[in-house]
Design a protein around this ligand. Structure first.
Ligand code: CP
Length: 347
């Protein structure tokens, strides 16, 4: 156990900018609250614990699941959501600073989630905000809530096999250079013991050295591999990522890596252990030239990608409940849902 294990965050009123803020005890606290959110996320019970509260859901870069799941999570706790969905629809496009934007929006909201294309932008925004800010992804830097939901999923998938996260072997495949979900996830998993990180990427898209240094300093095995078949052998978790084309200096450069590493059922059957869990932060690029995670895996029971997205709602509800200090009040006056929910099976 390292010093990071001693860290215990007082969540109330904090910003969530980086997974560096968390130790193992904090992760346990978030996951314990997330577990208690399941009846609400699965539409079996209703809580109004955040009735009257407003989320400012400020997305200055495209998003489907992060924006909508944060919004749903807040609604499921009884709160309301106000959104911006791109820079050109906001006054940032007229030259307004992040400072002014943060001062204004934090007067309208109880909490803010923000995504922005520049690394460090959410921290700059948070420094000027009067309410807690959660980083919904800042350029190629970090995506803390994605890493939390990924680790929550990993833990559940391994628990189904009577395994713990300690001792995990994980292959991270694809664009490890620009993938912010990977950057946050490896640091979070590094809090556990005896991990093998197989880093499967073209040399030019390797995990940046500062992250590799963190993993090595924590005593974990780090195995860079540039060939897909060798990279996926013998791992518990296969975490596949999209080439982050929007982060490359040019489309021409991005095109060089499109479709280089593709996981499909053939590759899985030939090279992976039959129990290997397949994950992806999504979106996967399903265009014919890309397909880093082929649709022919959709009926593979070890494909956990939609369990990840469902778990995202639980983890994001937990973050709101902890930051706004209602984690222990969620069940007060909760009631059963009155509408038909039988057709909706959890993933
Ligand atoms: N995983 C993720 O961040 O997805 P979106 O870009 O759709 O939010």
């Amino acid at each position: 156990m390292g010093l990071q294990d001693l860290r215990i965050v007082n969540f109330i009123g904090q910003h969530i900018l980086s997974v560096d803020q968390f130790g193992r005890a904090d992760i346990e606290r978030i996951f314990e609250v997330a577990d208690r959110m399941r009846p609400y996320a699965e539409r079996r019970r209703i809580t109004r614990v955040l009735e009257g509260a407003i989320l400012g859901n400020m997305f200055f870069e495209p998003s489907t699941r992060t924006r909508i799941s944060f919004g749903c999570a807040f609604n499921l706790l009884g709160g309301e959501v106000r959104e911006t969905t791109e820079i050109k629809a906001s006054s940032l496009s007229k030259g307004e600073s992040l400072y002014d934007t943060a001062r204004v929006l934090s007067g309208y909201s109880d909490i803010i989630v923000m995504r922005h294309p520049e690394a460090g932008s959410v921290a700059e925004f948070a420094a000027a905000s009067r309410v807690p800010v959660i980083n919904g992804g800042d350029g190629p830097n970090e995506h803390p809530s994605q890493a939390l939901l990924d680790l929550y999923t990993i833990r559940r998938e391994l628990a189904d096999k009577d395994r713990a996260v300690d001792g995990l072997k994980i292959a991270l495949v694809g664009d490890l250079r620009y993938g912010r979900a990977v950057h946050s996830l490896v640091k979070l998993i590094a809090l556990f013991d005896n991990i093998t990180f197989r880093l499967v990427s073209p040399p030019e898209l390797a995990l940046p050295e500062p992250y590799v240094a963190i993993l090595k300093a924590a005593g974990h095995a780090v195995e860079p591999v540039h060939q897909l078949e060798a990279g996926v052998r013998g791992v518990d978790i296969l975490y596949v990522t999209r080439t982050q084309e929007e982060r490359f200096p040019s489309q021409e450069e991005a095109d060089r890596y499109r479709g280089l590493f593709r996981i499909n059922q053939d590759i899985y059957t030939s090279f992976c252990a039959p129990s290997t869990v397949i994950m992806h932060p999504l979106p996967r690029d399903s265009r014919s030239g890309a397909r880093e995670l082929d649709d022919d895996l959709n009926s593979n029971p070890n494909l956990a990608i939609f369990r990840q997205t469902d778990n995202g709602v639980l983890v994001r509800m937990a973050l709101f409940a902890l930051l706004l200090d209602v984690a222990d009040k969620v069940d007060d006056q909760a009631r059963e849902v009155p509408w038909f929910t039988g057709g909706r099976e959890p993933e």
